[in-house]
Design a protein around this ligand. Sequence first.
Ligand SMILES: Cc1ncc(COP(=O)(O)O)c(C=O)c1O
Length: 481
Amino acid sequence: MNQKEAPLVAALYAHCAQSYAHLHVPAHRQGEAIFTEWQGSKEILQLDLTELPGLDDLHHPQGAIARAQALAAALFGAGQTFFLVNGSTVGIAALILALCGPGEEILLPRNAHRAVLGGLIFSGAKPVFLEPVVIEEFGMAAGLTPRGVEEALKQSPQARALLVLHPTYYGVTGDLARLVELAHGVNKPVLADEAHGVHFAFHAVLPPPALQCGADATVQSMHKMGGSLTQSSLLHLNGRRVDAQKTAQALRLLQSSSPSYLLLASLDGARRQLATEGREMLDRAVGLAREVRQALSCLPGIAVLGEEHLGQPGVCRQDPTRLVVSVRRLGLTGYQVAHILARDYRVQVEMADYYNLVVVIGIGTTRRDCDLLIHGLREVVCRHAGGQPLMACPQPPPLPVGRLTPREAWLAPSRALPLPECAGHISAEWVNVSPPGIPLLYPGEEIGPEMVEYLQWIRNLSLPVQGPEDPGLASLRVVVW
Ligand SMILES: Cc1ncc(COP(=O)(O)O)c(C=O)c1O
């Protein structure tokens, strides 16, 4: 296949060249009726079309979309590729729905992205959580150990699949090839959440891509590291362990019946760009990241996750274009440093947690971006060097016991209860805090007294909390029996 083609991009421009009378939705009619601020963007807006003759149909592709997906499959080495318009979130949910029925078990890391929650609730599956390794110095959850996975496969012989993060949000991978070997040994499919790894196939210093490690399915956020528009992702299948028809059906159920052609075409164009220029673009990003890593590692009070922190089970490889920068020895939280960088130095980082910043140096990052980051962090260090290191987080309580499946808890009536009164109740909510990014509660899990105490501590420190209706944690929603 010719990777220089971009059939869907070409079909959209060919359609526009016909100067059709447009008597159909969307109502802005190729930008004619778009609101004032966007009137200068008609060149792109003319491509915001719908399923017209010649433009194919995402849910039953036979033309330009089918060809664009086939080109993506060929490039990534997949048996079949699906374009996604609701991010990797919908791909992960669709895979779980395609594989699991009510009460059926699925093995997954506790630090899995919340996207799994939708899949668990839609399908009624029962999650069996595996604890990831934590890199203590960075207070950061990493991958699963082969031993842990082997044990879990023995304990849950009926499990329908193993889901693995490849890589984590922090860019770390475990030994996926080994985990695949273990799961395939007992004929279980392996699903990879490769949301942050679409670029892995295009540079030798990056970790191996999930398909190359033998995963049966992988979901990649092309929009994160591959250069397409936000919300556009890819789902690849390989082999027969995951049913392609069921996956397609699940996607038809979960995705819009009016998928955005801007998102779809951006997947096609970004695939072509990765195929033809990806190696060069990533070479530049890797070089810039290396320079930034060196500059930041020299700063007193700053530590950057590097090769020296790898090399244990569950912590094997790292994406060198993603820098995990610990600021704890400055006596500041990652949240505080991210705020100072944005306010005083006009630098926005990808993510901050209690101890760390996560910095992404991607295919579009400029030298100026990197210089501003280095300058800003240097100044922060000058202003705060010699301070008391940050107070360490207490160990989170052990994983709670699941009393209901997430779906049962979702469907059950619930009410908000003041946090101090929640002990002994079943959570109706998902609650996550970083560090270490391992959700404290899933819907259906029992809230123990240690959990209430830990949540109180988080509340007192006003740490950002994801998930619950009341992120201030004055109350939690619990299941009403
Ligand atoms: C590890 C991981 N998986 C899945 C997702 C969901 O991806 P998307 O934003 O493409 O829906 C994210 C989003 O940040 C993520 O970090």
